[in-house]
Design a protein around this ligand. Structure first.
Ligand SMILES: Cc1cc2nc3c(=O)[nH]c(=O)nc-3n(C[C@H](O)[C@H](O)[C@H](O)COP(=O)(O)OP(=O)(O)OC[C@H]3O[C@@H](n4cnc5c(N)ncnc54)[C@H](O)[C@@H]3O)c2cc1C
Length: 318
């Protein structure tokens, strides 16, 4: 029998779960608190620039994820940057990547948007309360709107899932935060991407090197998890100044359109002991990168492992 399923989050885990359960004939609704789909696969447009300020790329190490991205060639492209190492190294050196690295086009979240093409998605809808009912769950958003669902699947980061479902046993999952500085450039650097050693910054990418992005060069600069944690509550104008100064020391002159984003839950440091959480008697489940690791492919993998368990449960199989 078709179930009404509320999926919290329109990142890659929620998009894949939503897509598959709808194809299986269920009545799915996805709730997403932000204005767009993709979650941490995110692109911010500012003037002539497009900054992918969250995840930088995805690899496809499993057959299942390779099959998925091969099914959507119009929204996935391979990125082959000139990659170097900068920072506290004796001299700048070129690095090689030994496997293909992909990005979403025209934005990082395009694959999620495509997966959710035929699924109802309630954007700008933050779920703030979940209450059990005789038939499943009453789901409330930040405006007090109520939705009735037979089942709830949360794909929010583990701590956010626990705020809604305090009995979810995800308390040991930990994340590193990340400050992302975005800025237009005066001149394009000689590299397209850089791993930075021994500094506050750990990663740089030149926007114009990325397929499907505008030609005007901008820089995406990620601070390391340790540095971001240490400076998490510092005034953000100060953080921007420090990171701009560090970029200058690394030979990158920042121009216009400077902005900063602070990710509270950027990369999973300690994953959960299981790839997902399923509580059949309470009709609730959760999945996301935290089930496996710190990558887009892990979030997909977690959702993809949960799916057959849910279907078996609903079909009465042990
Ligand atoms: C700065 C940064 C760099 C990264 N670099 C890489 C990289 O290079 N390669 C890589 O593979 N991975 C990278 N990652 C990690 C990768 O982005 C994640 O592992 C992956 O996108 C997680 O997908 P998800 O679906 O599990 O969660 P998310 O993408 O976080 O999706 C969860 C969604 O739930 C929504 N949500 C949360 N709470 C609620 C609520 N109460 N109501 C409604 N909606 C809610 C959120 O808005 C979000 O859209 C990076 C992440 C960051 C932040």
């Amino acid at each position: 029998m078709a179930k009404r399923i509320g999926v919290i989050g329109a990142g890659i885990a929620g998009a894949w779960i939503g897509n598959q359960l709808r194809d299986a004939g269920h009545d799915v609704v996805v709730f997403e608190k932000s204005r767009g789909m993709g979650g941490r696969m995110a692109t911010r447009r500012n003037g002539d620039f497009a900054f992918d300020h969250g995840a930088q790329f995805f690899t496809a190490r499993t057959k299942e994820f390779r099959t998925l991205i091969e099914s959507y060639p119009e929204v996935v492209a391979q990125w082959q940057p000139r990659l170097v190492t900068l920072g506290d190294v004796e001299k700048t050196f070129k690095r090689e990547w030994f496997e293909p690295h992909f990005i979403g086009v025209p934005g990082m979240g395009s694959l999620c948007r495509e997966l959710l093409m035929d699924v109802p998605v309630e954007l700008q809808t933050e779920i703030t309360d979940l209450q059990q009912s005789s038939n499943g769950w009453c789901v409330y958003d930040h405006n007090g709107r109520k939705f009735d669902c037979h089942w709830i699947i949360s794909t929010a980061p583990a701590e956010q899932t626990r705020k809604l479902l305090p009995f979810a046993p995800l308390e040991t999952v930990t994340y590193a935060p990340c400050f992302t500085l975005m800025a237009g450039l005066e001149t394009r650097p000689t590299f397209d991407a850089a791993v930075v050693r021994g500094r506050a910054l750990e990663w740089l990418a030149v926007t114009a090197s990325r397929p499907g992005r505008p030609a005007r060069p901008g820089i995406i600069a990620h601070a390391s998890g340790d540095w971001s944690r240490e400076h998490y509550d510092v005034d953000q104008a100060k953080i921007s100044q420090w990171l701009i100064e560090e970029l200058r020391e690394l030979g990158v002159a920042v121009g216009s359109h400077v902005s900063l984003h602070r990710w509270r839950y950027a990369r999973v440091m300690k994953p959960h002991r299981e790839p997902y959480w399923l509580d059949g008697s309470n009709r609730v489940a959760a999945c996301g990168d935290w089930g496996i690791g710190a990558r887009i492919e892990d979030a997909f993998g977690s959702a993809n492992l949960l799916l057959p368990r849910l279907i078996d449960l609903w079909e009465g199989k042990p």
